[in-house]
Ligand binder design. Structure first.
Ligand code: PLP
Length: 399
């Protein structure tokens, strides 16, 4: 058989999917499983989104659409980002993708040549490293452990940018930690970015509508508007509107970058379907009560998760302030046993927890932090407390 391309060998299956699959198998075998593993929202968009999709279907042209995105979608996104605080953007600054994941992949193709460096913080969303690998870029991973609340600090960014990476990729609010940068923290990092003009900045901020405690969403370009020439903001409808399966991602950035992504779209995907576009416009331009209600619900669930973890001796969980993830440091369990099972790593911990208690969490090493695990708290409210109690019981049983 002929060989597959080397770039496929470099891509690894997502560790999140591996755990989720194991949980599904145990469930199919009749086990009572509570899944804290996949980061999918547990809600649907409002009825107006479905009504718009049905209406579009009734006069669908069945034709290809715009590589950049249909004008009504671009206009709705422009209003959306203006409300977030982005100023001075027009349609030519925008482009679309099949979810933020494909926008990010296009950006990697548009901005990185083979061998170029891309810098990003760990813990990171797993796909960042995979996309870098696929396009043959070198990842410079900036470790931000639990002792510093998983946040990048200016001196660390300054040192990384001194290596003149082609791209600095940033994620706020964070998957997997739920951390959110304050206005002051963003401004301090923006000052550093302003001193390093050779690096593109990509901010993957798809959880921007899920920020708690009144912190608000902040972007480097709000603090230093001159960064607009080399900053790309990535957004998605997946988490904000409960539409992950509709696959709508968007970007706003310099015209040259939007043009490059649009050209790649013309070769990769052509366009978004008309029905999806109509639904996306309805979500962005329609009533925002679903995202607002969900944000309040997630903030309350966050409190439940943090309180349960704080009650476990040795577990440290920096307090998440956005998205729907918590990322406790579980390394106090390493070197101990659960029954006959030695717990020597995050992977062993998560495997034993799933086997013994039927709770699925993702090992932190998938996100570049092997001392932790990710809890995604999008499960039904009735499962949250029982799932957390099982984690508490698991810890209590360690010897
Ligand atoms: N960026 C981050 C940080 C994510 O967590 C995810 C999905 O989990 C994505 C991007 C991809 O989102 P989409 O569903 O729009 O492809």
């Amino acid at each position: 058989m002929p060989q597959l391309a080397q770039r496929v060998g470099r891509a690894k299956p997502s560790a999140i999917m591996v755990i989720a699959e194991k949980a599904r198998q145990l469930k199919a075998a009749g086990r009572d499983i509570i899944s804290f593993s996949i980061g999918v929202p547990n809600f649907l968009p409002g009825e107006h989104v479905y009504a718009a999709a049905r209406e579009a279907l009734s006069h669908d042209s069945g034709q290809y659409g715009s590589n950049r995105g249909a004008e009504p979608l671009l206009d709705a996104f422009l209003k959306h980002i203006e409300a977030l605080g982005f100023r001075g953007y027009g349609r030519m600054n925008l482009s679309i993708g099949i979810g933020a994941k494909q926008v990010l992949y296009n950006l990697a193709e548009a901005l990185l040549d083979e061998g170029d460096e891309i810098a990003f913080a760990a813990p990171f969303w797993t796909t960042y490293r995979d996309i870098a690998d696929i396009v043959g870029a070198k990842a410079n991973i900036l470790h931000c452990g639990p002792e510093r609340n998983y946040k990048l600090v200016p001196a660390q960014l300054d040192a990384a940018l001194a290596r003149r990476p082609k791209v600095f990729l940033f994620n706020n609010p964070s998957n997997p930690t739920g951390m959110v940068y304050t206005r002051e923290e963003i401004a301090a990092l923006a000052d550093v970015l302003a001193d390093h003009p050779d690096t593109w900045i990509v901010t993957d901020d798809i959880y921007n509508s899920m920020v708690f405690d009144g912190i608000g969403y902040h972007n480097f370009v709000f603090a230093r508007p001159e960064l607009k020439d080399r900053l790309v903001f990535v957004d998605s409808l997946s988490k904000t509107y409960g539409m992950p399966g509709w696959r709508v991602g968007l970007m706003a950035g310099p015209e040259a970058v939007a043009r490059a992504v649009t050209t790649l779209n013309s070769n990769h995907i052509t366009s978004l379907p008309e029905v999806i576009t109509a639904a996306a416009v309805a979500a962005l331009a329609g009533p925002q009560d679903v995202p607002q209600a969900k944000c309040a619900e997630f903030a309350a669930k966050r409190d439940t998760v943090v309180a349960a973890l704080a009650a476990i001796p040795g577990v440290v969980c920096p307090r998440p302030q956005g998205a729907f993830y918590a990322f406790p440091d579980i390394s106090a369990a390493f070197g101990r046993r659960h029954g006959d099972t030695p717990i020597d790593s995050d992977v062993a911990f998560c495997a034993a927890l799933l086997e013994a208690k039927g709770v699925a969490c993702v090992p932190g090493s998938a996100f570049g932090e092997p001392r932790a695990m990710r809890i995604s708290y999008t499960c039904p409210a009735a499962q949250l407390q029982p799932g957390l109690e099982r984690i508490q019981a698991f810890f209590a049983e360690l010897t």
